[in-house]
Design a protein around this ligand. Structure first.
Ligand code: NCD
Length: 305
């Protein structure tokens, strides 16, 4: 049974195809309005979410399907001690496809091994978030016209930020990608991502603590929130949470066609006064996420037939 646990589960060609389908959905939404008639998506969210869960639900509804699920662990039998595997087997009796978010790294993988229907990883701890990456890739494609040849700066919590890990993995398969890693020392990209992805694929990268220094080189700036829920102590979080705040004057030395991205939710990382700047792309990412999730649901349901 085909699932999406890690973005590398899909080939570059398969991702190209998802982008193609998403672009067609954008142009011809009516053609897709009944594609998932009588199908059910189960959203099993053991961790908070606004965009990911609701975009999955909206995606399934726009395909003519239905949605069941829960939005917090304490609403499910997990609170009684049920295992992820048993939950996945149970939901396989009710639904056709699962989207699961869980605070433990690897939980969606465990679910995919137990389930008899496709499982989509909607975020597992500080590890991966492949469907946010699909949203990010469509955004880059639509804004820049290509997934090759650009310099991208990742800024903020690169240690716990799962969207960063998945996007770096995805970009490692394209050509001409240069990476700038901007973070406080305590929140640097984990060394396993550096050695297994950046070094292995010979992707040029540099690490800095200064957003100002990095800014002029960037074609894309990917801001992230400091992941409070993954910190062991509140003191460290409070000290690091406002390390980077993007304000209009910080864009003075940025490229005119910079693309500013953020998976959201934002806390203080981007001043609201940037929202109307044509370079702000983070709400476009939200919308692109829905289209890519529609394309993904269609693909996995087709392959499960
Ligand atoms: C991200 C996540 O859950 O990892 N949110 C999202 O799904 N768009 C980013 C975050 O929570 O900071």
């Amino acid at each position: 049974m085909r699932s999406l646990i890690d973005i590398l589960d899909f080939t570059v060609e398969e991702i190209d195809e998802l982008i193609k389908v998403a672009m067609d959905i954008i142009k011809n939404p009516d053609d897709y309005a009944e594609k998932c008639k009588r199908k059910k998506l189960a959203t099993l969210f053991f961790e908070p979410s606004t965009r990911t869960r609701l975009s999955f639900e909206a995606a399934m509804m726009e395909l003519g399907g239905n949605v069941i699920g829960f939005s917090a662990a304490n609403n499910s039998s997990a609170s009684k001690g049920e295992s992820v595997a048993d939950t996945a087997k149970t939901i396989s009796c009710y639904a056709d496809i699962i989207a699961m978010r869980h605070p433990k790294e690897g939980a969606p993988l465990v679910a995919s091994k137990a389930a008899s229907i496709p499982v989509i990883n909607a975020g597992d701890g500080g590890h991966n978030h492949p469907t946010q990456t699909l949203a990010d890739l469509l955004t880059i494609y639509r804004e820049k016209g290509s997934l090759n040849n650009f310099t991208i700066g990742f800024c903020g919590d690169l240690k716990f930020g799962r969207t960063v890990h998945s996007l770096i993995n995805a970009l490692s398969r394209y050509t001409g990608i240069r990476v700038v890693l901007i973070s406080p020392k305590e929140l640097m990209l984990p060394s396993y991502v550096k050695t297994d992805v950046l070094d292995k694929k010979n992707i040029p990268y540099e690490e800095t603590t200064s957003l100002e220094d990095a800014m002029p080189k960037l074609d894309i700036l990917y801001m992230t929130r400091v992941q409070q829920e993954r910190f062991f102590n509140e003191e460290d979080y409070l000290r690091l949470k406002d390390s980077y705040i993007l304000e209009p004057k910080k864009l003075d030395n940025a490229k005119k066609d910079l693309c500013i991205m953020h998976p959201l939710p934002r806390v203080n990382e981007i001043s609201v006064s940037i929202d109307n700047d044509p370079r702000a792309c983070y709400f476009k990412q939200v919308l692109n996420g829905k289209y890519m999730r529609m394309a993904l649901i269609l693909k996995l349901l087709e392959e499960a037939k």
